[in-house]
Design a protein around this ligand. Structure first.
Ligand code: CO
Length: 216
């Protein structure tokens, strides 16, 4: 069977399985969502976050784009963060990159990719910020892996720059921002252990948006 047709068959099985577990599953789901996590990841078809983490419908608000970017002028990701923080009150924001990311590799190729150029330029900007570290890595594969990691870090910083994040963190103590990488080769999720408070303090030196108080 064609995959396109198979998905509808699979959906029927899924509906039946959920109802068998819990007769009110869909009625309850329709009542609303209160996800604890906002996840921003890559569109790559291999990075299936709900499946690999076991989160259930309603638990994770998800945004995906090429190379998990949160650029300054991108209305889509900005609206997702604003909504998730101010209205859904998420406790955690995760940016998740992955090794073997086609977007990251494409960004570093000397070629004209049309409308992808301005999008991928964000990754070249990350490279420029971390040029000395990246240039010191002679192995190509290792350098790409490092670029995946520092790209996640910079997108976390882009999120911390946002007024809605600073304001809500200072008022309520959340959300905090985390950087993860999915290692396709092993299937494992890696926490980059980004120091949220340290980043926030650093950012407030320059990107203080008057959100009432400085973090101590
Ligand atoms: Co990717």
């Amino acid at each position: 069977m064609e995959l396109y047709k198979e998905v509808f068959e699979n959906n029927k099985k899924w509906v039946n399985a959920r109802k068998a577990e819990d007769a009110h599953f869909f009625e309850d789901l329709a009542q609303g969502q209160s996800p604890e996590i906002l996840y921003i990841g890559c569109s790559d078809s291999r990075v299936t976050i709900e499946e690999m983490t076991g989160v259930k419908p309603g638990q994770m608000f998800v945004h995906r784009n090429i190379a998990n970017l949160v650029p300054n002028n991108d209305n889509s990701s900005a609206a997702v963060v604003e909504y998730a923080v101010a209205y859904l009150n998420v406790k955690h924001i995760v940016v998740c990159g992955h090794y073997n990311c086609g977007g990251i590799k494409a960004a570093m190729q000397p070629q004209d990719l049309g409308i992808l150029n301005p999008w991928l330029r964000n990754i070249r900007d990350v490279y420029r910020l971390h040029k000395s570290t990246l240039a010191s890595i002679t192995n190509d594969e290792e350098r790409y892996r490092k670029l995946v990691e520092v790209n996640v870090e910079e997108q976390c910083i882009n999120i911390i720059k946002m007024a809605v994040v600073q304001k809500h963190y200072l008022e309520r103590g959340y959300p905090t921002v985390h950087g993860w990488v999915f290692d396709i080769q092993s299937g494992k999720l890696i926490d980059l252990r980004i120091n949220f408070l340290k980043k926030l303090r650093g950012i407030q030196e320059i990107y203080d948006l008057g959100t009432t108080q400085q973090v101590k």
